[in-house]
Design a protein around this ligand. Structure first.
Ligand code: MN3
Length: 210
């Protein structure tokens, strides 16, 4: 079964005025093209049917051998795009914004001091990234971190659990904001679906018996 563009969980204009419909249409096309190119890269290989998160987590192990260097590079880029964008759509909602509660609020308080400081750390990371890439709220196994990845690299490649994805490629904001990445980042905070972010938080470790 080839990879498929996941349906958008809301209409393309649902995030107006924070994310405009033209940007969303272009952005969905970017994702669609990357899914097509990912499928071409994996065609007739034994890893074509793996879930994309598993492929990205096991990239070196799965795409082994000198003749697969081209496929590995293509899979890293287009597979990362597919995984990252799939998370991005779920991270946003017309009912977004506001503040998290429950275990996510507690974890943010513990690891950043407050939601304001968490958002500030992520914003500064996003504005500090040179070139195309992503900013992330991740869980690293012990706590939350604000990190960035270049290009379409994804935190699962280094064993981290991505909770929140912020797209910093120019296609995500050029239409609406020109080169003003800060405007794009500030608009993003208005549509973040904190409940969806919280749902990705790993549960407490269950001690292994004997
Ligand atoms: Mn994008």
């Amino acid at each position: 079964m080839p990879h498929e563009l996941p349906p958008l969980p809301y209409p393309e204009d649902a995030l107006e005025p924070h994310v405009d419909a033209d940007t969303m249409r272009l952005h969905r096309e970017v994702h669609r093209h990357d899914v097509e190119r990912l499928n071409r890269a994996l065609e007739r290989t034994r890893w074509a049917d793996l879930p994309i998160a598993e492929t990205m987590a096991r990239l070196d192990e799965i795409l082994d051998g000198p003749i697969t260097a081209y496929r590995r590079a293509k899979t890293r880029n287009h597979g990362g795009s597919h995984l990252n964008h799939s998370l991005l759509w779920e991270n946003m909602s017309p009912r977004g914004g506001g503040a998290p509660d429950g275990p996510l609020a507690a974890a943010i308080e513990r690891d950043f001091g407050s939601l304001v400081r968490c958002v500030d750390r992520l914003t500064r990371a996003a504005l500090g990234l040179v070139g195309s890439g992503w900013a992330w709220l991740v869980h690293d196994g012990t706590g939350l971190q604000a990190v960035t990845t270049p290009n379409n690299d994804t935190p699962v490649m280094s064993g981290q659990t991505p909770l929140l994805a912020l797209d910093l490629w120019e296609h995500a904001y050029l239409t609406r904001h020109g080169v003003r990445r800060r405007e794009h980042v500030e608009a993003f905070w208005e549509v973040v679906d904190w409940a969806a972010v919280a749902a990705r938080l790993p549960g407490p470790e269950v001690p292994q018996a004997g």
